[in-house]
Design a protein around this ligand. Structure first.
Ligand code: NAD
Length: 338
């Protein structure tokens, strides 16, 4: 059985990556669309075979509760709207898949968790990298001890944010809708990777931030932020996040026996792993897989089998709590314990 998903927010990521991925899903299909633009919704409904009576807007969204064709609401809106729509979806009796980063504040994250719990519905945060084969292979090799004891990690994520050239970037430079700058949008990949690669939770963070105050893009949100994480076992992670440098999505894990590179690590369709040690380097053969479909199917399977998602609301909250600690460290210039 395929569960019905309602897509909330028909923007760039929804249209270009997620909606096309449903064709590769075993347990998920699109049954409803939620949009402020009726023409766009009608056109996409026709394209994806969605019944026109299952098109909603942001005002009548709550009536989705009466629609048995919808099991899961997938929220692909600007971050500042994630909490409101997750809570409304839970109140409508629907399970929720919500895009990363989870929300602007820890309080919003907690309210999202509470609303879904109260409604007896699943909440999953769409951390696609945790459903992606190269990242899963990296985790497996680390756990098997292939690198020896892991000592440190570096992770870099960045791209040029372009609010005048790319419609999808207009909200990303507005604090209210984005919650913050490159750290919320991209640095979160470095942060989340450092956590899933080590399997540990950081206990201490430091950070430095640099944003050109004369650049209109960085009036409300930060450009570059570098942060360091200390893990309980002693592993250190050094991460960078940027909105003003050419695209990068990579990490390196340094063990006592070997290092492992993933570059790109968190791309949509392309990944490359290299492992190096004193004898040289090798590039393991790993098959690319559709991480978007894997993520959607995981959500559906969790609902069908009544399982807790691998990346539940609590996972999203952990990152937001750490992001707030990183901002505090950058602001105060002091180490922050978490
Ligand atoms: P986008 O701007 O293209 O899409 C957002 C959609 O929300 C648009 O269709 C917009 O019209 C709609 N919207 C509704 N109310 C709005 C309001 N009040 N203000 C602004 N827009 C409003 O952005 P996007 O890049 O598609 O990002 C959407 C979400 O997906 C974000 O949460 C983002 O972080 C996430 N995302 C995740 C990934 C990933 O790899 N997991 C990649 C890109 C984006």
């Amino acid at each position: 059985k395929k569960l019905g998903f309602a897509i909330v927010g028909l923007g760039k990521f929804a249209q270009e990556q997620m909606m096309p991925a449903f064709k590769d899903c075993k347990y998920a299909r699109i049954t409803a669309l939620v949009s402020g633009s009726p023409d766009k919704a009608k056109k996409l409904a026709a394209e994806y075979g969605v019944d026109a009576k299952n098109i909603y807007n942001y005002r009548n969204f709550d009536s989705i509760k009466d629609n048995p064709a919808v099991d899961v609401v997938y929220i692909v809106l600007p971050v500042g709207l994630h909490a409101e729509y997750t809570i409304r979806a839970a109140k409508a009796g629907k399970h929720v898949l919500c895009e990363k980063p989870m929300a602007n504040t820890e309080k919003d994250c907690q309210q999202m968790i509470d609303a879904c719990q109260k409604a007896g519905k699943k909440l999953m945060i769409a951390y696609r990298a945790q459903y992606e084969p190269f990242n899963l292979e990296a985790i497996a090799r680390i756990r098997k001890g292939e690198l020896g004891k892991v000592m440190q990690i570096t992770a870099d994520h960045g791209r040029i944010v372009d609010p005048t050239g790319d419609q999808a970037d207009t909200w990303r430079v507005q604090k209210k809708l984005a919650g913050g700058g490159s750290l919320m949008d991209l640095g979160i990949y470095s942060l989340n990777a450092a956590r899933y690669l080590t399997g540990e939770e950081p206990v201490e963070v430091t950070a430095l931030e640099m944003s050109d105050q004369a650049d209109p893009r960085f009036k409300e949100v930060e450009d570059r932020i570098h942060f360091t994480l200390r893990f309980p076992s002693g592993i250190l992670a050094t991460c960078t996040s940027s909105y003003s440098t050419e695209g990068v999505k990579r990490y390196r894990v340094f063990g006592q026996k070997a290092w492992l590179d993933l570059d790109p690590a968190t791309d949509y369709y392309e990944h490359k792993m290299v492992i190096g040690d004193k004898d040289g380097q090798q590039q393991p053969k790993i098959k690319e897989g559709n991480q978007f479909a894997a993520e959607l199917d995981h959500m559906a399977e969790c609902v069908l089998q009544n399982k807790t998602p691998k990346t539940p609301g609590e996972e999203g909250l952990k990152d937001i709590r750490l992001i707030m600690a990183i901002y505090e460290a950058a602001r105060t210039g002091k180490k922050v314990k978490v």
